[in-house]
Design a protein around this ligand. Structure first.
Ligand SMILES: C[N+](C)(C)CCCC[C@H](N)C(=O)O
Ligand SMILES: O=C(O)CCC(=O)C(=O)O
Length: 473
């Protein structure tokens, strides 16, 4: 059963919309299915190929049993459409917002998932002419002297997912993050090479979702060769080439102008802090270490340490979340890398919407001159990084592990810091960087395939990419 908001010409009066909130309105069933069919016909006329139902998102089962209907009640005022999910639970959407988010094939490309509607041609005072509430969603008819007739359809689940008024609570984390300290050594997250390269990608999803949860993951059983390691890296996505090359092998020969190419100890750091967009996943594989010892790997969960700092020293935490740090890589005559802006980015970067920590950026060796601090901040900043450092090097935070040939270490370089102890002898390590966006994209596609919470209404649509109502678009 669907509802049609009775309107006496134009938009309902306030009284009418109040009445609509208190009484269930009946829909002329055939009107609704007729309007869906009309839109399908209309859209198939515009699209080069017939529009399948899934391209319009979840198309309601209009034959559902009316008794099971818990169709929300909708109402409209000058500015917004209100959806009453239950007496205490409602959402309101601006008319402009609704029109701008129409996902019919002529407003939102069903294949490329790009907006086609010209946002800036939508009258600022646009209002619906009619609303149809049905079991599957809300249909809105737009037509006014300055706009042509248009019909939009919004699945209830999509409207609920994207409610902004009232603001929504934090959406569920795809993967709950597991913060860790030194005790992670008891059972470090590990998958096998066979899992990682197996067809069907379930193992690849397990690997990437493990990195997402812990910030790192070992891959065991990897043939101790550069070729096998490169093949493993490319399971995540294309390798991000930098001044160090694409797939790199390094040893203590200063082949590149960086202390990684020495046998020195390296304190806990994240790589490429001198890039505007530091590399995402970093993979290391110790291929051999002969005639010497040392070179033990250090891992620290930057998100864990940031949570300690926030708890123990909120003022220091606040400074590290605000003060940008300039950095550079200028060990090669042919390169001088500095981020844009050159003042850099704060050590701790938070998502301004969810307030979640999304990146740790810390390499005290690659830090440039702190000449942008106001005088009264200088000492506070040094106190803050001292507190940060003390927590980073705390035995409770440090996880020391000796890499061995055959086990690859994969790290989320926006979260987990790494380092090594000094060493002697001949030590060969290979690996690569993967861009953060490539890693996140691969994980998102796999999550849609393997995690029911992220699946499309119509899994078939997922095979060819998300349908237009997938909540990630
Ligand atoms: C390419 N490879 C990983 C061997 C070394 C890269 C040097 C990393 C640099 N010290 C930084 O912190 O960004
Ligand atoms: O040699 C290692 O184990 C790590 C080197 C390092 O920290 C880096 O390449 O960023």
């Amino acid at each position: 059963m669907a509802q049609k908001l009775h309107t006496q010409g134009g938009l309902p009066s306030r009284a009418a919309s109040v009445r609509s909130l208190s009484t269930r309105l009946t829909l002329r069933h055939n009107d609704f299915s007729g309007s869906i069919q009309r839109r399908l016909n209309a859209s198939s006329a515009t699209a080069s190929q017939p529009v399948s139902y899934d391209q319009l998102g979840f198309v309601p089962d209009v034959t559902s049993n009316p008794e099971q209907n818990n169709t929300p009640i909708v109402s409209i005022d000058d500015k917004k459409v209100s959806v009453l999910w239950s007496p205490q639970d409602w959402s309101r959407f601006h008319h402009m917002w609704l029109r701008d988010h129409c996902r019919c094939p002529s407003c939102f490309h069903p294949v490329t998932k790009q907006r086609l509607v010209d946002t800036f041609q939508i009258p600022r005072d646009i209002k619906p002419t009619n609303l149809h509430a049905s079991t599957g969603g809300l249909e809105i008819i737009w037509s006014s002297p300055s706009t042509e007739h248009h019909s939009s359809f919004y699945p209830w689940s999509w409207l609920r997912e994207h409610t902004y008024d009232p603001p929504q609570r934090l959406k569920h984390q795809a993967n709950e993050r597991v913060l860790w300290g030194t005790k992670i050594a008891r059972s470090p997250p590990t998958i096998t090479f066979e899992e990682a390269i197996a067809k069907g990608d379930a193992g690849l999803y397990k690997w990437l979702s493990t990195i997402d949860r812990f910030g790192f993951c070992f891959v065991s059983g990897v043939p101790p060769t550069a070729e096998a390691t490169e093949r493993l890296c490319e399971r995540i996505g294309f390798i991000r080439e930098t001044q160090y090359g694409k797939f790199w092998e390094f040893t203590a020969d200063l082949a590149k102008g960086d202390t990684a190419y020495t046998n020195m100890a390296l304190g806990a750091h994240t790589d490429t802090t001198y890039f505007t967009d530091p590399c995402g996943v970093q993979l290391f594989h110790l291929l051999s270490h002969t005639d010497g010892s040392g070179g033990t790997t250090l891992l620290v969960d930057g998100f864990y340490v940031a949570s300690l700092l926030k708890e123990l020293h909120p003022d220091h935490h606040d400074i590290l979340s605000r003060v940008p740090i300039p950095a550079h890589a200028s060990g090669e005559l042919t390169a001088l890398y500095r981020p844009s802006p050159t003042s850099g980015y704060p050590t701790l970067q938070y998502d301004v919407i969810t307030k979640e920590l999304i990146q740790v950026r810390w390499n005290n060796d690659d830090r440039s001159v702190m000449s942008h601090l106001s005088p009264e901040v200088v000492e506070k900043w040094y106190d803050a990084i001292r507190a940060w450092h003390t927590l980073l090097v705390s035995p409770d935070s440090e996880y020391w592990v000796q890499l061995v040939p055959g086990t690859v270490l994969s790290i989320n370089n926006h979260r987990v810091l790494h380092g090594r102890s000094k060493f002697d002898g001949k030590r060969r390590v290979c690996g690569a960087y993967i861009g953060m966006d490539e890693y996140r994209s691969r994980l998102a596609v796999l999550r849609r395939k393997f995690d029911p919470r992220f699946q499309d209404f119509d899994v078939q649509a997922a095979q060819g990419g998300p349908n237009v109502w997938n909540s990630v678009l």
